[in-house]
Each structure stands twice: as C-alpha cells, then as structure tokens.
Design a protein around this ligand. Structure first.
Ligand code: GDP
Length: 304
C-alpha cells in the first residue's frame, strides 16, 4: 500500500529546496527567500493568489511568534483543504447509487473497482454497473478488475444504451439487496455534447428506477493534469452536478497543488485519492495527511 508521503514525492520535490531555505533560517527573517517558496508553490499548481496569501501569512509569523513554522504552514495548507467528514459506507435498505464520471484515461474504471473494493472492506456489499458502453474494452476492463477483487458486476455490451444499462444495474442492485451501486460511465471527451447528454440521460434513468438516485455523482480527475483537471471538472459540473471529486494518480503528479483550486473554485469536496495502482491504493482524502506529506511533516495519517 502506497503512503501519502511516498505518493506526494514528485510534488514535494518541487517545493523541497525553497522549503529548506525558508525553514533553516531559525528566527531571523533576514535573507529568507519567501519569493522562491511562492514560486515553487505556483510551480506545484497551487493557485497563484492562494500562494501569495500563504506567503503573506507565513511572513507575518516571523514577526514575534515563536512557533514551528513548518508545522504552521502545514496547518495553513490543511485548513484550506478541509472538507466535510469522511464518507461513510453503510448497510442500507435501498442501494446507495454513485455515478462515476470523468474523461477516458483519468483512471475512472480502475477507480470504480477500487471503490467497490473499499466499500466491501468497510462491510457494505457493492455492485458495479458497467455503463461505459462506448469503448470496446470499457466493460471488459471493469469485469477483469471485478473478477480480480471478487466484486459483482453487471453491464451491457458495446453500443448498448448506457442509460438502460444503468437502469438494469440498479434493478439488479435492488434485487440483490446491495448496499452500494457504483456506475462506471463513458468519457470520450472529443464528443463532448453527446457525452453530457448521455450522462444526463443515465442520471434520470437511475432516478426513475429509484427516486433520489444517483445519491452521489463523483468525478475522477487525473492528478497529473494539474490545473487542467479543474477545467475538466467544471465542464462536467455544469452538465451533471458533482457531489465529490476523486483525485487519481496523485503518485504520478508533480502538480498536486491543484487540489487547492478544487476546494476553492469548484466548491466540491475531495472524497478519495488514488495513491497508486494497487487495489488498496484508493484512500479517503485526508487534508492533514496531504499537507503533511507535501512538507514532509509526519501527521497521524501521513504514514498510512
Ligand atoms: P479510464 O480510461 O478513465 O477508465 O482509466 P483507467 O481506469 O483505465 O486507468 C488508466 C490508467 O491509470 C491505468 O493504467 C491505471 O492503472 C492507472 N491508474 C488509475 N488510478 C491510478 C493511481 O491512483 N495511481 C497510478 N499510478 N495509476 C493509476
């Protein structure tokens, strides 16, 4: 299992030199290169205005306060990412329906399988719905993962109507008394309008089968894209209101600072993070562990 500290090494490398210089100066502000730290934060895709604000606050701390400044910066970063309390997987009388969206290649299919695995580890029975009927290998890939993890999956053939597949999957989830249904969807970005229409149709098909469904709509973002991932998310958010973000491939990204834009600009909570390719490498998002790993400060959650 990949740790937060390991997963964030690429982004941390962008900050390391500047951090070392700022924090090795003891109490003296003389010659401390705050600008360099601000630059590095921006290079790691922390939004420029937020980087400037953080540096201002940090500079102020040099005047008088005797505090551990690395820890202070860690808290400042974590505060800006705090979201609602962690998502709870529960036993339910009717399935909780989670629609998972995102562009191809973001890590969506793998993430769906990992989510089902996570739900089952927490004691909630899960069913996967393979509604990515556009790609030839879309549902095959999900089935392979489901087999590997021992999860149930239902899905249509290539070219089948995605909304109908989602409806049938929910039917099966109800019939089998599953606690959670996780619906994987198509993500071909080059045909954006039809895709958004298909997602809306899928959404309403789920609502027809079970009023209130989908209860959650989560987008999977590829963390290696940095700020561009936020743009993608806003396009989806206009078409299908998002209730959560899952950041995949954090371990491959040197631009994890874009998470601050999600929290601030998109206003949608970050629910889970993909820290690696293994089935157990999808973990609940933990702002303290994330900020600690960025600065190489151990927190309770940062190790695991
Ligand atoms: P989809 O096209 O969006 O359904 O993407 P896939 O689920 O097929 O994933 C694309 C690639 O990203 C695969 O090689 C996955 O193993 C990889 N991937 C997904 N999540 C993560 C992650 O958190 N870390 C790493 N390193 N790779 C990931």
């Amino acid at each position: 299992m990949v740790t937060w500290i390991n997963a964030l090494s690429k982004t941390r490398n962008r900050l390391q030199d500047a951090l070392r210089r700022v924090f090795s100066r003891g109490d003296s502000p003389e010659g401390v290169s705050f600008e360099e730290l601000e630059e590095s934060l921006i290079q790691a895709d922390v939004p420029p205005r937020m980087s400037a604000g953080l540096i201002q606050d940090l500079e102020k701390s040099y005047k008088g306060l005797r505090v551990d400044r690395r820890d202070m910066l860690r808290k400042m970063l974590a505060d800006r990412l705090q979201g609602p309390s962690p998502f709870k997987w529960e036993k339910r009388s009717e399935p909780l329906v989670i629609l998972v969206v995102g562009v191809n290649g973001s890590g969506k299919t793998t993430t769906c399988a990992k989510l089902a695995h996570l739900a089952e580890k927490e004691g909630a029975s899960a069913l996967l719905g393979a509604a990515d009927t556009f790609r030839a290998a879309g549902s095959d890939q999900l089935k392979l993962w489901a087999d590997r993890l021992g999860c149930d999956v239902v899905g249509g053939k290539q070219g089948a109507d995605a909304a109908a597949v989602a409806f049938d999957a929910l039917d099966a989830a109800v019939a089998r008394s599953k606690d959670v249904l996780i619906v994987d969807t198509a993500g071909r970005m080059h045909t954006r309008e039809p895709l958004m229409r298909e997602l809306q149709k899928t959404r309403s098909a789920l609502g027809k089968r079970l009023p209130g469904a989908p209860h959650e709509t989560w987008i999977v973002l590829d963390a290696t894209l940095g700020q561009n991932a936020v743009l993608q998310a806003s396009v989806f958010h206009e078409a299908v209101p998002l209730t959560g973000v899952i950041v995949a491939k954090l371990d491959g990204s040197a631009k994890a600072g874009f998470l601050f834009s999600i929290a601030r600009d998109l206003g949608v909570p970050i629910r889970f993070a993909g820290l690696g390719e293994g089935p157990d490498d999808l973990v609940p998002f933990d702002a303290d562990a994330f900020a600690g790993a960025l600065l190489n400060v151990e927190t309770n959650g940062a190790g695991g």
